[in-house]
Design a protein around this ligand. Structure first.
Ligand SMILES: NC(=O)c1ccc[n+]([C@@H]2O[C@H](COP(=O)([O-])OP(=O)(O)OC[C@H]3O[C@@H](n4cnc5c(N)ncnc54)[C@H](OP(=O)(O)O)[C@@H]3O)[C@@H](O)[C@H]2O)c1
Length: 246
């Protein structure tokens, strides 16, 4: 039987890279994007992939996903990747309630709702959850209080879920990328000059002296999915060129 994987935010960047890797390996994959146009692009690129819309700004978004798993995959799920995310960069002075709430919904509340809805499916396969966190949830950066604290919260959720779900044979780990080449900063509405400036300063701060590529993150996720890591749970794995140890 084909293995099954759900990737939230699989319509671009890191999530799309993970989808491409496991699609090529013959898995059944469901990816989400916020709109029909973003899911259509990934569906066209990867024939046979399943797509659904999922937007953490809205309530009850986990329901169509769990209905899909029950209906199409007979209630079996091997891997859930909580990857959907976006970033807010703002000084504390002037921060909005909307910014705080959107970060906490996207990186903590909604992954919690979806993961809770998938427990029985994952128990059926002794499957696993992988949370895509961030080096910004480990190391403190000015103007990243909303995003950084949300990702730090996701790191703690990873450990608590790992404890709670271990008796069911479900493993839970997090991968924490450092600055990686995707469209995440463009989607945050930053100007090209600002993005260029951030890229330069990030590169200078990374011990391995380069920004990450999507494949750096994908191949680490593949390591965790690989059967060689079946005794690994509750781990937060930085994949960041060393930036989180500086
Ligand atoms: N790139 C980095 O430097 C970096 C570093 C550390 C951690 N991360 C984390 O890696 C994950 C993937 O980011 P990425 O860099 O690949 O960014 P990306 O290319 O912008 O992709 C983000 C994905 O998440 C979806 N998404 C965004 N906001 C969402 C929301 N409110 N509800 C549901 N889906 C939403 C997007 O859907 P649409 O296509 O519809 O917009 C897209 O599929 C995120 O959790 C991010 O925090 C990224």
């Amino acid at each position: 039987m084909q293995k099954t994987m759900v990737i939230t935010g699989g319509s671009s960047g890191i999530g799309k890279g993970i989808a491409q890797y496991f699609h090529k390996a013959g898995w059944q994959i469901l990816v989400t994007g916020r709109s029909k146009s973003s899911t259509a692009a990934v569906a066209a690129a990867l024939p046979g992939i399943h797509t659904l819309e999922y937007d953490t700004a809205l309530n009850d978004q986990e329901k169509p996903l769990t209905d899909f798993i029950r209906r199409e995959w007979g209630g079996r799920l091997d891997v859930l990747i909580n990857n959907a995310g976006h970033v807010v960069i703002t000084p504390l002075k002037g921060i909005t309630r909307e910014a705080m709430e959107s970060m906490y919904r996207t990186h903590m509340a909604e992954p919690s709702m979806l993961t809770a809805g998938c427990i029985d499916f994952l128990a059926a396969t002794k499957g696993q959850v992988i949370n895509i966190s961030s080096s910004v949830g480990i190391k403190a950066y000015a103007e990243m209080s909303a995003y950084g604290s949300a990702k730090a919260g996701m790191n703690m959720l990873t450990k608590i879920w790992a404890m709670e779900l271990a008796p069911l044979g479900i493993r839970v780990n997090a991968v924490a990328p450092g600055p990686t080449e995707t469209t995440v900063l463009e989607k945050a509405g930053l100007s090209t000059d600002m993005i260029q400036m951030i890229h330069e300063s990030e590169k200078a701060a990374i011990p391995l002296q380069r920004r990450g590529q999507v494949k750096d993150i994908v191949e680490t996720v593949a390591l965790l999915v690989n059967s060689a890591s079946t005794w690994v749970t509750g781990v937060l794995l930085p994949v960041d060129g060393g930036v989180s140890i500086t």
